[in-house]
Design a protein around this ligand. Structure first.
Ligand code: FNR
Length: 376
């Protein structure tokens, strides 16, 4: 099939672009404002320079690592993404199942379109994490956390880079509503994307967290629902309401990382939300080594943003990341072909990581370090 024949994530992106309506593809593919942060994240990976060792035994190259006290098959975490059933009818379930099969964690978003219990039931042997956006209604936050915990999720990722919605101009230009509406401006498009529209219109309607009188656009919903007054103090009640590991996602400064390490979080994700929030925010791969140097002994540091291949994963780990979160990479697979598409992405990431380790002369992913990589 075309999914199985995809030679890399870029091939799956092209398949996704052919299958999904433009406004859905652009919701995934796009970023904020001039999309400079997103471009720079990729550009930083393009500046990675490896220094391979030769004449090392690289007969096999194990990729398993320990993350937050558990072994996972490779240093990859499927990050949280909202409205995942918009990309494919099987949505979060398909992603969780592919993650389960590949032996890596999956993170369900507060803005997901499948209840936590259903994700857990779809992938009972998987390691499912939950991501929280703090909303204005405090009781509701507690309820959301309780549902995730009851579903067996034991790692909480609190995303802190969305005090307000970023300006995603592709969404604005398309007039994207959630759920997408078949209106006169999308009818012509629909003729060219019949399979997506057929699936979308015949599957269960999208259900997602919302508030009364929410505007139909995502930015409007976000600004009405999310709490912009959250501070580091709020991590205290979040922690007291959460019996599990706590990770903070969206850290973009060394001093913030230090403050979080001081309050004792279990992990920090160096991330600018894939460039979807503050455009021109610092490039995660460039900031990573400084954060690792400052807090890496006290807390686990993850890299998020721009990861499209196993070689990217190897580079980030060599620069100090415990593991990488990925977003768009798996969504391209999902949009291209549901669960088999996500599986293909994970297969590619793993094969690319193994090959990179072997070509680098590093016999085990644990042997990656700053001696084999630099940013030009
Ligand atoms: C996201 N991201 C995100 N993050 C989060 O904490 N909660 C969420 O609900 C979402 N939703 C979401 C939707 C879509 C379509 C995308 C592409 C991204 C951000 C995501 O977790 C991650 O930070 C970025 O995707 C990382 O960049 P890459 O891997 O996409 O380059």
């Amino acid at each position: 099939s075309r999914i199985a024949d995809a030679a890399d994530v870029a091939d799956l992106r092209l398949l996704a672009r052919r299958r999904a309506p433009r406004m859905v593809f652009d919701y995934v593919d796009g970023a904020a404002e001039g999309e400079l942060s997103m471009a720079r994240a990729r550009e930083a990976f393009a500046r990675v320079e490896f220094s391979p060792r030769v004449l090392r035994d690289v007969g096999d190259a194990p990729t398993a690592v320990e993350v937050l006290g558990r072994r996972i098959a490779m240093p990859v975490v499927l990050g949280p993404t909202g409205f995942t059933r918009m990309m494919h009818r099987d949505g979060e379930r398909a992603v969780a199942r592919a993650a389960e099969r590949a032996g890596v964690p999956y993170t369900l978003s507060t803005m997901g379109t499948t209840p936590a219990a259903d994700v857990a039931a779809a992938a009972p042997g998987g390691w499912n994490w939950f991501q929280l956006y703090a909303v204005r209604d405090r009781a509701r936050n507690l309820d959301t956390l309780a549902q995730a915990r009851v579903a067996g999720m034991d790692v909480l990722v609190v995303t802190v880079d969305v005090p307000v919605a970023g300006a995603r101009l592709r969404d604005v230009r398309h007039g994207l509503t959630i759920p997408p509406a078949l209106r006169w401006r999308s009818v012509l498009q629909a003729v060219w994307r019949p399979a997506w529209w057929f699936d979308f219109l015949t599957s269960e309607p999208l259900r997602f967290a919302t508030v009364d009188d929410a505007p139909p656009d995502l930015a409007g919903l976000t600004n009405k629902m999310f709490d912009p007054s959250v501070t580091v103090r709020d991590l205290e009640w979040i922690r007291s309401a959460w019996n599990g590991r706590l990770v903070v996602k969206g850290v973009q400064r060394v001093d913030d990382a230090e403050e979080l390490a001081a309050v004792g979080v279990d992990g920090i994700v160096v991330s600018n939300h894939g460039g979807r929030q503050l455009d021109r925010a610092v490039t995660p791969l460039e900031l990573l080594p400084r954060v690792v140097e400052a807090v890496g002994e006290r807390t686990e540091v993850f890299l998020d943003g721009g990861v499209r291949s196993g070689a990217d994963v190897a580079a980030a780990v060599a620069l100090g990341a415990r593991a990488c979160f990925v977003g768009r990479a798996y969504l391209y697979g999902l949009m291209a072909g549901g669960e088999p598409g996500v599986r293909r992405v994970l297969e590619l990431l793993r094969a690319e990581l193994v090959r990179t380790l072997q070509l680098l002369g590093v016999g085990d992913v644990g042997g990656l370090g700053p001696d084999v990589v630099r940013l030009r």
